[in-house]
Each structure stands twice: as C-alpha cells, then as structure tokens.
Design a protein around this ligand. Structure first.
Ligand code: V47
Length: 367
C-alpha cells in the first residue's frame, strides 16, 4: 500500500513509516507543522492496520472516584474540591463496593478508580477498598491509582514508592491507569500543576509497576498552553521508558476541556489538532501497542473518525464518568455494549471485546 502525500515535507516521513524506521523529534515537529491531514491520517492508519487490521477494541468497565477532595490545585482540573467544600466527598470502602454493585454493567471485567489527593487518606484506605472490591468481585480486574496518587500516598504514609506499589498489588491492584502525565516538560508542568509529582516521579512509579510484571497505560493532556515541541518531547520520553521496561499497553491522548477550570478562557483544542495528535501519537510511539480514542473526552463522532487516524481502541461502557463531565464534557456518562458495537461498526471497523490487558473475550457481549 502506498501513502498518498500532498505536502512534500511529509514525503521522507512517509518513506520512513513504510520502511518501519523510527521517527525523530524533528520528524514529529514536521508532522505538527503540516496541514496535510489526509496524509497524516493515512500514515497513522497504515501503522494501525499493520498492527491491528480493522479491529477496534472496547471493554465493559465502570469508573468510580473514591474521593474528589484534592490538596492540589491543578489549573486544568475541574474535578478536585477542597476538603471544606460541601460538594467534596470521600467514599468509604463499603460505599465503593455498594456503588460498584449498583452500577455494574452486565459482563463487566474492569473497575477503574482514580481520585483526588487527600492527606487524611493513608495506604490502609487504598488497600481496604482494593480488598473489599476483590472480595465482592474476585473475577474483576481493578485498574487504579495514577503515579501522582501513588507518590502522594508514599509521602503521606512515609513509605517508598516501591513499597506502596507492592502493598497495592498485594491488595488487588491489577494494573495502573495512565493519568497524571499531563505534559512532562518542566516549564509547562510548573505552570499547570507545579506542586504535583514531576516527570521523574511519574516514570519511577511506572518503573516500580512494570518491574513487578504489571501493566499500565500512559496519557498526555494536550491543547492548553503547551507547544508542539512539548508534545513530541512527551511522546519520546514515553517511548524511551517503553524501550527499557515495556509495560505500557496503551496510550491515551487527552484533549483538554477548559470549562470550569482556571484555563476556561482558552479555546478548546480544534478537531484538527485532536486528529493530528492521535495520528502523531500512533506514528511516534512505535513500541506501544494500542492507541485509545477515549470517546468520553473526544465525543462519539470524533472517536469514530479517530479509528481511521491511528486509534484502535475506544475505551468502554465507562459508566458514571465524573472528571470530564465536571470540565464540561457533553458526552453521555456511560454507553451500552450495543451502542459501542454499533458506533464501531458504523465507521467500518470490527468491534472486539477485550479485558484490561487486551485479551480478546468471546461470548454473547462480543458478537
Ligand atoms: O490525569 C483532568 C486529565 C486524567 C481534565 O488509563 C483532563 O485507560 C482534559 O487518565 N480536560 C484522568 N483532561 C483520566 C485518565 C484516563 C481516562 C481514561 C482511560 C484511562 C486509562 C485514563 O484526565 C488526568 C488529567 O490528565 N484531565 N482534567 C480536563 N479539564
């Protein structure tokens, strides 16, 4: 298959893609500078189809936020509340189990839990909700806690990051979600979330997860104050970590939602930037198997188009998402399996039901 390119600056890159040659930092910048979106999409789709053919993965999952209280004040976040805020909450382990029981979709294989940083919560709280969930739903994979939370728990509980990861894994943490990465560049990070765990801490936590044989995901929050060079630097730092430790299974580019945040004056990322970023992620991250177009954040229509721009995953039923909806997302807070399969088929892809670690699942929900 040859890739049709109108913008001649993309020609050497298209050749590299077809030869399977790794793209450089400069190549990434050239693609960001190009407006030849059909060619950028075709290059990403070439890699996507080589890896996954026409498959689009989805899963049956449930999101629960154990707490929305947050000690930090990240400028891009609309979710965190201060402890004195009447809308703040901390869910006790038995309340988390009750919520899971009430909301769990049929065939659910994953519970995804992330929350704010509350100095009152120590390692025992996290181990308690993990053990309680594991006891109630032994067959369900628990994907929980970003490196930012793990680093904070370590500090509050006077433990090392490795000790926290081990305790969480012993209590039932099956894998780690990709959040908290934002933009690694130190100057940008200083302006958007200066107090939270830096790139070094973020990678150290994933290293502790990966060296224990567990998997995790990774993300990038884009479309706020960062420049293309910060995005490419971010992707290359992830690629370097993956070369060494190999534990990232999926990358999720997160499109910034400004409503109700300190950056509410910024325009939201354009549809063009969203598709360009998904495609560039697929092209730069040659060692991360899956690229997710998170429908909650992109919107259903853009998540469908993204399946032709490098993405091969759409996330899942989700059920009761709160972080993006507090930041103005207008998507539903969950979807049924029938709807997910329909929207994947509608865009000419084959829906494939997976579990958290990308094993394909058969049975009635899959067909
Ligand atoms: O770390 C917060 C981002 C992340 C906003 O691993 C925002 O499968 C846009 O990481 N606009 C949490 N983004 C969500 C996340 C995630 C989601 C789905 C699947 C997986 C996975 C991981 O959301 C945060 C932050 O980067 N975020 N506020 C906002 N206003």
């Amino acid at each position: 298959m040859s890739i049709h390119v109108s913008d001649s600056s993309l020609l050497p890159i298209a050749e590299k893609i077809q030869a399977g040659t790794r793209l450089s930092f400069e190549d990434g910048l050239v693609i960001y500078a190009s407006h030849d979106l059909p060619a950028i999409g075709a290059m990403a789709n070439y890699v996507r189809e080589k890896l996954h053919g026409g498959k689009t993965y989805f899963n049956i999952n449930l999101h629960i936020n154990p707490t929305n209280t947050c000690f930090m004040s990240c400028r891009f976040c609309a979710f965190g509340r201060k402890a004195f805020d009447e809308k703040s909450y901390i869910r006790k382990p038995d309340e988390i189990v009750k919520r899971a029981r009430e909301c769990m979709p049929e065939g659910c294989t994953e519970i995804h839990l992330v929350g704010g940083l509350d100095p009152r919560l120590k390692i025992d709280y996290y181990c308690s909700y993990l053990s309680a969930l594991k006891e109630a739903f032994p067959h369900i994979h628990i994907k929980t806690l970003t490196p930012v939370e793990v680093a904070f728990i370590a500090k509050m509980s006077k433990m090392t990051i490795g000790e926290v990861v081990q305790k969480l894994a012993d209590a039932g943490m099956g894998s780690m979600p990709g959040g908290g990465a934002e933009i690694f560049d130190e100057e940008v990070r200083e302006q958007i979330c200066e107090h939270k765990c830096d790139a070094k801490g973020w990678f150290e936590t994933h290293r502790e997860v990966h060296t224990r044989g567990l998997k995790s995901n990774c993300t990038m929050l884009y479309g706020h104050i960062e420049q293309p060079r910060h995005r490419i630097d971010h992707l290359i730092r992830l690629r370097n970590h993956q070369d060494e430790f190999g534990g990232f299974q999926c990358f999720i580019p997160l499109s910034f939602h400004p409503a109700n945040t300190e950056f509410k004056h910024l325009p939201p990322p354009s549809g063009f930037l969203e598709l360009q970023t998904i495609a560039i992620s697929r092209l730069m991250l040659d060692n991360i198997p899956h690229i997710k177009a998170y429908w909650i954040m992109l919107g259903i229509k853009q998540a469908q188009i993204a399946q032709w721009f490098g993405a091969n995953d759409i996330d899942g039923t989700v059920v009761h998402e709160e972080i993006y909806h507090d930041a103005g997302a207008t998507t539903p807070t969950g979807m049924t399996v029938t709807e997910l399969k329909r929207l994947i088929r509608e865009c000419g892809r084959e829906p494939v039901l997976r579990n958290t670690v990308y094993e394909e699942i058969g049975g009635p929900a899959a067909t």
